[in-house]
Design a protein around this ligand. Structure first.
Ligand SMILES: Cc1ncc(C[n+]2csc(CCOP(=O)(O)OP(=O)(O)O)c2C)c(N)n1
Length: 547
């Protein structure tokens, strides 16, 4: 049977199991849209800006563990889309971005909206491919999915010249490429088991690779068998249950000094599926050159990039854990029980919320406390970058099926669109996004997308009328010389209502429970504006004032 290019593209997407595409429609890919019209498996979620679309696809991918798909038209659409592509790259999230391109005979003339994607996206993703022959759609598009999800996952950009989509091909038999797990060398695993059993002060750093490979249960078992404490990498909280007695906290912004000291002085570090980002490593100061480092990652490119590991292992994190569990002997371990207890105690003290009597403002910790205590443990939290995040990082405990989706890229504007992606993936779970007033205003138009598709997210906007993080940086570096940080805002409550959603304002702690319950009962998109004390810059600042 003959298909035009658009039909062939949609055929591949169906075979890859795609259910949602997030994008802004454009005239450069009408054939693809028309082919989507013809079928039922894939829903096109039409967003208000391509940045929102790429964040939704990225959040959807993180929430499902499979490839997210977004779409944009030529130049202006493509450049708008790029923020989510950068985030997927830094976060190792599998994403395929399909982008329309100018007609093949018009290329290289700076034709209408022309951008050379090969150079533009070169540093932003794993692979950029332009399909200029309709016959190669099945081969190249399946390969795009394969590259996005294999090895260290990441984004792939697929450029689709408009006229190529008009060409016809015979339907081609070509199937998705599915790989088995990358297994570790057995002898190496035995050696590692020996090293771990002898270590006096070891630590396990759990990164995104543990989440992507579904390795959390095996990591819990290993940590219990060997009595080794576990720390999570920046914004990878749910790689390990935060209420486990072997959990000792998270790395990144606001990591406690005693935790950094503990890791620096460890004699053996087992790093699982982490790239040792600048944030995770506190500007590359995390590890001591004397410590042994067993670095397990699915990608050889990651190994040795930041730290020279004494035992490098190329393997899928979960496959490695399974292999290690089959050889470790729980009886033959150095005695570490007291050590684990004391570092965990330190974490629990640091992260326990003292209930507050504060009546003048609402407090982030009281909101988090409510969600944590009153809502199911599988609640999903997403966030932007911003100072308000320091409370999530310090106080919220991700346990059982609980999930955090946040940009390790530090992209503002991520929280609410990614929550939409997550809620579409898990309609029966509560999904809260947290943003500052600065970040929320970067993608607020996507609240309308949530209303149009009736996606009942709860968007929490922490309003201090300030680019607070930058204010805090300025106070540290150039005290009393604030510039460019003051904001005025619309009435967020009215804004949400104008969009057709539910909105309310929380000005003190007593309002929190009612506001969250009403937001849930609204059964549609809801916004809760939270008025916090603008004098308090972060969770650590607040904690220092309480002392
Ligand atoms: C897209 C983007 N632009 C700029 C920045 C730099 N930046 C980091 S935090 C921040 C201010 C955040 O303000 P807000 O969202 O109101 O949160 P707050 O820090 O006040 O809690 C800025 C401008 C960024 N991280 N991302």
């Amino acid at each position: 049977m003959k298909q035009h290019g658009g039909q062939s593209i949609v055929d591949v997407l169906q075979k890859e199991g795609v259910k949602k595409i997030f994008g802004v429609p454009g005239e450069s890919y009408l054939n693809v849209l028309d082919a989507i019209y013809e079928q039922e498996q894939i829903e096109f979620i039409s967003t208000r800006q391509e940045g929102g679309a790429s964040f939704m696809a990225e959040g959807y991918a993180k929430a499902t563990g499979d490839v997210g798909v977004c779409m944009a038209t030529r130049g202006p659409g493509a450049t708008n889309l790029s923020i989510g592509i950068h985030t997927a790259q830094q976060d190792s999230t599998p994403l395929v971005a399909l982008i329309g391109q100018v007609e093949r005979p018009f290329k290289y003339r700076e034709a209408f909206q022309e951008v050379n994607y090969l150079s533009f996206f070169d540093d932003l993703c794993k692979w950029v491919v332009e399909i200029d022959d309709v016959k190669r759609i099945p081969e190249l598009l399946h390969r795009a999915f394969h590259i996005a999800r294999s090895g260290r996952p990441g984004p792939v950009v697929v450029s689709l010249p408009e006229d190529m989509q008009d060409d016809f091909i015979e339907e081609v038999l070509y199937e998705p490429i599915k790989l088995g797990a990358v297994l570790p060398d057995e002898n190496l695993v035995k050696d590692i088991s020996q090293q771990l059993s002898e270590a006096k002060k070891p630590v396990i750093i759990a990164g995104g690779g543990v989440i992507l490979s579904n390795g959390t249960d095996n990591l819990v078992e290993l940590s219990e068998k060997l009595d080794i404490p576990v720390v999570t990498a920046f914004r990878r909280f749910h790689a390990f249950p935060n209420d486990h007695p072997n959990y000792i906290g998270t790395l990144g912004i606001g990591a406690r000094e005693s935790l950094l000291e503990y890791i620096y002085n460890s004699d053996l570090v087992l790093a699982l599926g982490t790239k040792f980002s600048q944030m995770t490593t506190a500007d590359y100061t995390l590890l001591n050159k004397e410590s042994k480092l067993i670095h397990v990652d699915i990608s050889p490119d990651v190994i040795g990039r930041v730290y020279n590991s004494s035992t490098p292992v190329v393997a899928d994190a979960n496959a490695f854990l399974e292999s290690l569990l089959s050889v470790v002997n729980a009886e033959e371990q150095a005695d570490r029980a007291e050590l684990v207890k004391s570092v965990n105690k330190d974490y629990v003290e640091f992260s326990t919320i003292n209930e507050s009597e504060q009546a003048e403002f609402a407090e982030m910790k009281s909101i988090l406390n409510y969600i944590q205590k009153e809502l199911p443990t599988d609640t999903i939290i997403t966030s932007d970058a911003g100072n308000f995040f320091s409370w999530i990082s310090r106080y919220y405990r991700f346990i059982e099926e609980g999930m955090y989706l946040g940009p390790t890229s530090g992209a503002m504007g991520y929280g609410m669109p990614s929550a939409i992606g997550a809620k579409l993936a898990h309609p029966d779970r509560h999904v809260f996004s947290f943003s500052g007033d600065g970040g929320y205003m970067m993608t607020l138009q996507e609240f309308e997308t949530a209303v149009r598709y009736n996606v009942p997210i709860i968007a929490v906007v922490v309003n201090n009328n300030l680019y607070g993080t930058i204010h805090a940086h300025q106070e540290r570096k150039f005290p009393n010389r604030s510039i460019a940080i003051d904001l005025t805002n619309p009435d967020f409550t009215e804004l949400a209502k104008n969009f057709g959603g539910h909105g309310e304002k929380v000005t003190n702690n007593d309002d929190i429970a009612g506001a969250i319950q009403r937001a849930i009962e609204a059964k549609g998109p809801a916004l809760i504006e939270v008025i916090t004390n603008p004098e308090i810059l972060s969770a650590s600042h607040e904690a220092s004032l309480e002392k």
